[in-house]
Design a protein around this ligand. Structure first.
Ligand code: C2O
Ligand code: CU
Length: 549
């Protein structure tokens, strides 16, 4: 077990992720940020200097549970004060479990501005993965907008509402091609963009014939749900969100924002050819060209284009296809099983509503607005008035019709917290519904900080008591992100055993910005030694000045 030290500087850099120059938030002058590679049990130390001239920053380590270190979770207004320009904050935490993870900004919409990178945790020294492979490849998927995130945020809070629209480009490892004539030509370098040797040069994955490779895939998209396929190759899914799953074979797979997977492929196809890896949009009428990478069988040249067309993405609204993929994900034998009963059931209705004519997302009719003082500090020190102390609703109206737009579209905003009894078992039912417009219900991938949860089941329409009988308690997968399908529900269970304050939210960045999240807290009185730098704002900042703590 070792400690790995990193010195990072966050700044704006000119970059051309899709062959068009724009501003991205980079780390140490690069985009995406550096890949962290560690072993289970290692301690990661990131000394993060904010070199953005006029805005704060934080970094969240997505999928890392932060057991005993809730102040290192990197969520502005929840776990810490945003780091001011020219200041430095030290993230120190243990990566306790092998798996595929990533990190990203968690303040405003800085993730969409490009602040992200991969975090890969190998098994501890002397341990082995429960599957065999001879080589490893990594794909970090994202989407990219030409409009800057300030304009995006202003539009989302405007009346009349200005939706951000579909992304201009899908990126693979931070690379895509916008308007470069056909993507196939692009790979060859004969399109309208300067490709070769550029920041938008397509990703080439080099493989040897007749070997097994592990491909790690994670999505940090702002909006898009994705589907990935590799020409002529089947994939065996073996890991999801840092947990092993019972292996299953697919031709293509869906990846929602916040998801991570490992798949195994065997390079047993005609070795004189190369093959396309293609990534397309799901769940929204796609206006964004698919992204392509090349699976390059060595010693073929990467300029040899595949003989077969890139695999086609299933129709964007083929939810049957998406569900059949999602339902195949169950835990590998030997995975920790959930407690048989839960102590509490919280039902969260996801609706689109309005506040003063502005469009919001709300949960049980409350649209989340984060308070100026981070919860972790204000709750730990019992400061009054730092946030809305009323109890947020546990349930929604029994007769709410999830198939129709909300009868009363007006909602309220709030910052209240679901306080969970330490070590208790909690069930959450995520209930989807119709949005403001008729016949619209969207996909929402929900992500929980500080814990993994078991996915107990999914269903259509309104969740009812009878559905509990169908919960999968035998081999539910452990995950940190789960999809809620249009007009459907998703049930999860977790044990509130990690003292701290934790976000639970839709991982679609504009949805979170429009209020689509809740806050859980447990055992905050047991949290020790919050670094002062995490508290130096709002009411905790005031407290530090008064008490010389
Ligand atoms: Cu990856 Cu709260 O997010
Ligand atoms: Cu959402």
């Amino acid at each position: 077990r070792s400690a790995l030290f990193f010195k990072w500087e966050v700044s704006y850099v000119f970059w051309s992720p899709d062959c068009m120059e724009g501003l991205v938030i980079g780390i140490n002058g690069r985009f995406p940020g550096p890949t962290i590679r560690a072993k289970a049990g290692d301690t990661i130390v990131v000394e993060l200097k904010n070199t953005l001239p006029t805005e704060g920053v934080v970094i969240h380590w997505h999928g890392i549970r932060q057991i005993g270190t809730p102040w290192a979770d990197g969520t502005a207004s929840i776990s810490q004060c945003a780091i001011n320009p020219d200041e430095t904050f030290v993230y120190r935490f243990q990566v306790d479990k092998a798996g595929t993870y990533f990190y990203h900004g968690h303040y405003g919409m800085q993730r969409a501005a490009g602040l992200y990178g991969s975090l890969i945790v190998d098994v501890a020294e002397g341990e082995e993965e429960p599957f065999h492979y001879e080589g490893e490849l990594n794909l970090l998927l994202s989407d990219w907008y030409h409009q800057n995130v300030y304009a995006q945020m202003a539009g989302l809070s405007s009346n009349p509402f200005r939706w951000i629209g579909e992304p201009q480009t899908l990126l693979i490892n931070g690379r895509g091609q916008y308007n470069c004539s056909t993507a196939e030509q692009t790979i060859r370098g004969s399109g309208t963009c300067e490709i070769t040797g550029s920041q938008c040069e397509p990703v080439v994955l080099q493989v040897q014939p007749n070997k097994t490779y592990r491909i790690r895939i994670a999505s940090t998209t702002s909006l898009s749900s994705l589907n990935l396929a590799i020409g002529n190759h089947k994939m065996t899914v073996v890991e999801a969100d840092g947990n092993y799953v019972k292996p299953f074979v697919v031709n293509d797979m869906d990846i929602y924002s916040g998801d991570s997977y490992s798949v195994l492929i065997t390079t047993n196809q005609n070795p004189s050819l190369n093959y396309w890896i293609s990534v397309g949009v799901r769940g929204r009428l796609p206006k964004t060209q698919r992204a392509l990478a090349l699976l390059n069988y060595l010693p073929n040249s990467a300029t040899n284009l595949p003989k077969t067309a890139p695999p086609a993405t299933p129709a964007w609204n083929d939810y049957t296809h998406s569900k059949s993929f999602t339902y195949k994900i169950v835990a590998k034998e030997g995975t920790l099983k959930p407690p048989v009963n839960s102590k509490r059931q919280i039902a969260l209705l996801n609706t689109q509503n309005k506040i003063n004519g502005c469009i919001k997302w709300s949960i049980n009719n409350i649209s989340l607005v984060l308070p100026p003082t981070p919860y972790l500090g204000s709750m730990r020190y019992g400061l009054k008035g730092a946030f809305d102390m009323t109890k947020p609703p546990e349930k929604f109206a029994r007769d709410y019709d999830v198939m129709r737009p909300p009868l009363n579209p007006n909602t309220t905003q709030g910052s209240s917290v679901y306080k969970l009894e330490l070590n208790s078992t909690v069930d959450v039912i995520l209930q989807n519904a119709n949005a403001l417009a008729d016949n619209v219900s969207e996909i929402h991938p929900w992500h929980l900080h500080g814990h993994d949860f078991w996915v107990l089941g999914y269903g259509e329409g309104r969740f009812g008591k009878r559905d509990m009988a169908k919960f999968n308690l035998k081999n539910p997968p452990l995950r940190n992100t789960v999809v809620v399908f249009p007009y459907g529900w998703t049930a999860i269970r977790f044990v509130a055993n990690n003292p701290g304050v934790w976000a639970f939210h839709c991982h679609i960045e504009p949805h979170l910005h429009m209020g689509m999240g809740v806050v859980f807290a447990e055992g905050v009185e047991f949290v020790k030694q919050i670094p002062k730098e995490a508290l130096a704002c709002g009411m905790t900042g005031q407290m530090l000045m008064n008490n010389h703590l």
